[in-house]
Ligand binder design. Structure first.
Ligand code: PLP
Length: 389
């Protein structure tokens, strides 16, 4: 007897995990596939988490999260020009993933369309589908630095469109949306009465004088936006599983009730760690400097290899490498590169049709390792040219 429901039958392992599984067959592998900081959580935050446990903070918390943390989040968002009431408009979630999935669960009706840029982080599409929605891809182009545009969104709005997903700074492309584009997207959302789900987990990682803006801070946007953020990438806290959503009281109230039924609350010690993180916001600047140096190094090294190229990404810790000149598909290239030179990259096609011809590279490794990876990629590409494949 098959007890699975139809939706569960459709669940599949993402391509990122699949590449890691393949890599287990090899030794001496360098991974440019890991979408998390390689650095450990700063000591101060670890201490706060440990102290919480030692002082008996080992119980459930409110479903919405501890009020100390919601107040710190509210303060942080205020600095970002959006006022959220910590009592009613903020929920602490199990990472941004918890916030994303619960947002979709409370807003989607069966068949609702959600506009998602292509290429985009794979989990959006999987989540939207699982919760009954229909992901509609909106292409982004390298010639426009992979930036999502209101013009391309508008062409795909129908009477079934419910929401637009925005992820700036972006995974997998490293693109950062500028203020003017966010304004145009906000205008569209208001005109067509759409929700915006704004995933800002890479908000601290913006370079070259670029600034991160929250679309919820634009006029008329607060109540139609769910702002999602997390401690994972900005404070190197992926394993703590703490994130949050901020939005209108109506939506957050239902997310809190949903969380009561799903996971009750986020790990208590994790929440205390997160309070300490926000009280020491300058820690994010140290992380940013490390990633900026690495970005500069790897971009230069890869752009010195004949036959492949990348634009300089303005944010996050990913770059999107153009391999079109090789004539190979991104899956062929990534698998062959792993087999021959033992470097893990993620095929761009894993992130959507528009990702074909690209590889996602995460520069979440020390500089020596990045240099070694770039050398291996160089050897691989040079040998391709020699073989004439
Ligand atoms: N959103 C994006 C765009 C991501 O790339 C990731 C992780 O890779 C997440 C959300 C998940 O973040 P969290 O660890 O807070 O669940």
């Amino acid at each position: 007897m098959d007890f699975l429901n139809e939706k569960a039958k459709l669940l599949q392992q993402g391509e990122i995990r699949a590449m890691f599984d393949k890599a287990k067959m090899y030794e001496n592998v360098i991974s440019l596939g890991i979408g998390e900081p390689d650095l450990d959580t700063p000591e101060k935050i670890v201490q706060a988490g440990c102290e919480a446990l030692k002082s008996g903070k080992t119980h459930y918390t409110a479903n919405a999260g501890i009020i100390e943390l919601r107040k710190e989040i509210s303060k942080f968002l205020k600095n970002n020009h959006i006022e959220y009431n910590p009592e009613k408009e903020i929920i602490v979630t199990t990472g941004a993933m918890g916030a994303l999935s619960m947002s979709l669960m409370v807003i989607l009706e069966e068949g609702d369309e959600v506009l998602i840029q292509d290429p985009q982080w794979l989990n959006y599409k999987a989540q939207v589908k699982f919760f009954g929605g229909k992901p509609i891809p909106v292409p982004v182009y390298e010639k426009n630095e992979f930036k999502l545009t209101a013009k391309d969104i508008e062409k795909r709005i129908t009477d079934k469109t419910k929401a637009i997903m925005i992820n700036t700074p972006n995974n997998p492309t490293g693109a950062v949306l500028d203020y003017e584009e966010l304004e145009s997207i906000a205008e569209l959302a208001i005109k067509n009465d759409l929700m915006v789900i704004a995933d800002e987990v890479y908000h601290t990682l913006v370079y070259d004088g670029q600034k991160h803006y929250s679309i919820a801070s634009l006029k008329g946007m607060k109540d139609r936006t769910i702002t999602i953020n997390s401690f994972s990438k900005s404070f190197a806290m992926t394993g703590w599983r703490v994130g949050y959503a901020a939005g209108s009281e109506k939506i957050i109230d239902k997310m809190i009730k949903l969380q009561e039924n799903l996971v009750a609350c986020v790990s208590t010690s994790g929440q205390y760690g997160a309070v300490e993180a926000l009280k020491n916001y300058e820690l994010t600047k140290e992380l940013k400097e490390i990633f900026l140096k690495r970005r500069n190094l790897i971009v230069e090294q890869l752009n010195n290899i004949k036959g492949i190229s990348c634009i300089v990404p303005k944010g996050s810790f990913y770059l999107f490498l153009n391999i079109k000149e090789t004539g190979m598909t991104s899956k062929e290239f990534a698998e062959d590169l792993l087999e021959k030179e033992k470097v893990i990259t993620i095929p761009g096609s894993a992130f959507g049709e528009m990702g074909e011809g690209y590889l996602r590279i995460a520069y979440t490794l020390k500089e020596e390792k990045l240099t070694e990876a770039a050398e291996r990629i160089k050897t691989y590409v040079e040998n391709l040219n020699l073989r004439g494949d």
